[in-house]
Design a protein around this ligand. Structure first.
Ligand SMILES: *[C@@H]1O[C@H](CO)[C@@H](O)[C@H](O)[C@H]1NC(C)=O
Ligand SMILES: *[C@@H]1O[C@H](CO)[C@@H](O)[C@H](O)[C@H]1NC(C)=O
Ligand SMILES: *[C@@H]1O[C@H](CO)[C@@H](O)[C@H](O)[C@H]1NC(C)=O
Ligand SMILES: *[C@@H]1O[C@H](CO)[C@@H](O)[C@H](O)[C@H]1NC(C)=O
Ligand SMILES: *[C@@H]1O[C@H](CO)[C@@H](O)[C@H](O)[C@H]1NC(C)=O
Ligand SMILES: *[C@@H]1O[C@H](CO)[C@@H](O)[C@H](O)[C@H]1NC(C)=O
Ligand SMILES: *[C@@H]1O[C@H](CO)[C@@H](O)[C@H](O)[C@H]1NC(C)=O
Length: 482
């Protein structure tokens, strides 16, 4: 922390000059002096007592030098301060190439708006992790999986934020390998936080992830807000945000353009998910915008074998997207998707507004239980408008295992110039509808009803963030202690 200490001294000097200026001289001089620092305020679960900058640990922001060791050394060092008010690590302006690194508890990673963290393309920079127990194998290959670029496990109180700094996974390398069928391990994600509680991921731009972008798994009390997530719409499996076997999660004020589902709610895969038995529940998604021409705005599944319950989505926009809130399941997946509430969605240029799939075939291996039928029940949609739509609904339940208690009310769908003739294609579903245009299928008979949306608040909605700050020198390159 040599530089910081030096600047601490300089800051003292500046303060002294400021004081002299204040006592003796003009307003103009005073203003010049006060420009010597820039203070950025930001909301976080907790503020930290200690600060450091990546350059204190030998970081080089030239876009070419690997910073993996700098990140590891910084976080190892700062982890010693967890019990003494915690620490924050500032990634200053520059291009910071790095392989995977691990976060620590009571810690904030702050990425400055002119900083770009670049994912290394050298595979030796990405350690392999064991497969997720609730999946039984990797998604891309049966073997292990590369650690995500930013990884954390068994943490309490971890914050990844910035004032719109960028994390660029440089995913093209991995997408090519995937498309050429050359992967022997599963591609890394951009951010994965496992077995943790009190997690915040906010005010960042995430681009070109090798695979999923944000994967909180086996975690609770997770706040994700103000993210901009960008990937080419034809990039493989670049899901935006995937809460997976998580309790109490709040996703808000975010925008995703991607090659896969903008949000995919998950809880493990077939017999492995059943055995691990950890649902995703108490999830709030609000003020969220999606563009994904070949995927869903919000997918529930397909990996749902630990169960998905109590999802509340509101004020959602979708543009040029394949479907709205889509359920994906199949025989063999077991568990349930229930108590799902969606209101105030606005969609433009959609293939499907409503889509439920009971035959989502992909299984981890032939060992799934063919008698494990999923229970899909209590699915509520209301106050929805959609424009330029090809199919209003494709609701496909499972034979002898219908999807029940579906409620759809106050929906106005305008069709494309070339709509499909069968607008509501319903099989093995049961429910009701009210004030829906065009007329729903006869499996959803009309009933005077306003579909429910819970009136209580979830505890995660009441978590208030504190106002924290970071002070940098006026050129934003060095930290000043305050
Ligand atoms: C890491 O932490 C120790 C205190 O535990 C401190 O003395 C040392 O200077 C730090 N290292 C760096 C590179 O800042
Ligand atoms: C991060 O932690 C995991 C689990 O402890 C470990 O397997 C992995 O090697 C660590 N990654 C890095 C980059 O140190
Ligand atoms: C993390 O927590 C999980 C679940 O409690 C536990 O099984 C695992 O051993 C822990 N890992 C570490 C590195 O502490
Ligand atoms: C975080 O993003 C929101 C929405 O764009 C913005 O209002 C807020 O100022 C941002 N915070 C920081 C620290 O940049
Ligand atoms: C953050 O940066 C991205 C990429 O440059 C941009 O699209 C987005 O509008 C920015 N967000 C804010 C709040 O400035
Ligand atoms: C309407 O949707 C069609 C695809 O069905 C698309 O080609 C067309 O551009 C959309 N029109 C508008 C005005 O967005
Ligand atoms: C209706 O849905 C069923 C089941 O998903 C499908 O097999 C069938 O082809 C669909 N029919 C039309 C006309 O789209």
């Amino acid at each position: 922390m040599e530089f910081s200490r030096k600047f601490h001294a300089i800051e003292a000097l500046i303060s002294a000059i400021f004081l002299l200026g204040f006592l003796g001289s003009s307003v103009a001089e005073r203003r010049a002096v006060s420009h010597a620092t820039s203070t950025i305020s930001f909301p976080a679960l907790n503020c930290r007592k200690h600060n450091a900058v990546l350059t204190d640990f030998g970081g080089v922001g030239d876009g070419k030098t690997s910073n993996t060791q700098a990140f590891k050394a910084a976080i190892a060092n700062l982890s010693q301060l967890a019990a003494d008010g915690g620490a924050q690590l500032i990634v200053p302006p520059g291009k910071w190439l790095t392989g995977s690194f691990n976060l620590t508890s009571h810690f904030t990673l702050f990425v400055h708006k002119d900083a770009v963290i670049l994912g290394a393309q050298d595979e030796s920079e990405w350690p392999l992790l064991p497969i997720l127990p609730s999946y039984g194998r990797g998604r891309d290959a049966p073997g292990g999986r590369f650690s995500s670029l930013i990884f954390g496990t068994n943490l309490t109180d971890a914050v990844i934020t910035g004032n719109n700094g960028t994390i660029d996974g440089q995913g093209a390398y991995w997408w090519k390998k995937f498309k050429e069928n050359k992967l022997t391990e599963t591609r890394p994600y951009l951010i994965e936080i496992m077995y943790s509680n009190q997690v915040q991921i906010s005010n960042l731009t995430l681009v070109n992830s090798p695979s999923w972008n944000v994967h909180p798994v086996y975690s609770s009390d997770v706040i994700i807000q103000h993210l901009t997530i960008l990937a080419p719409v034809d990039s493989p499996n670049t899901d935006g945000i995937d809460p997976d076997s998580c309790t109490n999660t709040r996703i808000e004020d975010s925008f995703v353009v991607s090659g896969d589902d903008c949000i995919a709610v998950k809880s493990g895969w077939d017999q492995y998910g059943t055995k691990f038995n950890m649902p995703t529940k108490h999830l709030v998604i609000r003020r969220f915008t999606c563009i994904s021409p070949d995927s869903a705005t919000i997918a529930l599944g397909s990996e749902m074998s630990g169960g998905i319950q109590d999802v509340r989505a509101e004020d959602i926009a979708a543009i040029n997207t394949q479907s709205g809130v889509r359920i994906k399941t199949a025989v063999g997946r077991g568990a349930y998707v229930k108590d799902i509430y969606v209101r105030r969605m606005k969609m433009t240029t959609m293939k499907y507004v409503f889509w439920m799939t009971g035959s989502y075939g992909s299984h981890p291996d032939p060992g799934f239980d063919p008698s494990a039928l999923p229970i899909i029940k209590g699915i509520n949609y209301k106050d929805i408008v959609a424009d330029n739509v090809t199919y209003s609904a494709r609701l496909e339940g499972i034979e002898k295992d219908p999807f029940t208690d579906i409620c759809i009310s106050n929906v106005n769908i305008k069709l494309t110039t070339k709509p499909k003739e069968l607008q509501w294609n319903c099989t093995d579903v049961q429910g009701v509808s009210n004030r829906v245009i065009p007329d729903p299928c006869n499996l959803l008979p009309e009933k005077e009803i306003d579909c429910p949306f819970p009136e209580d608040r979830l505890p995660i909605e009441d978590v208030k963030l504190k106002t924290c700050s970071v002070s940098l020198s006026s050129d934003n390159s060095y930290l000043l202690y305050s």
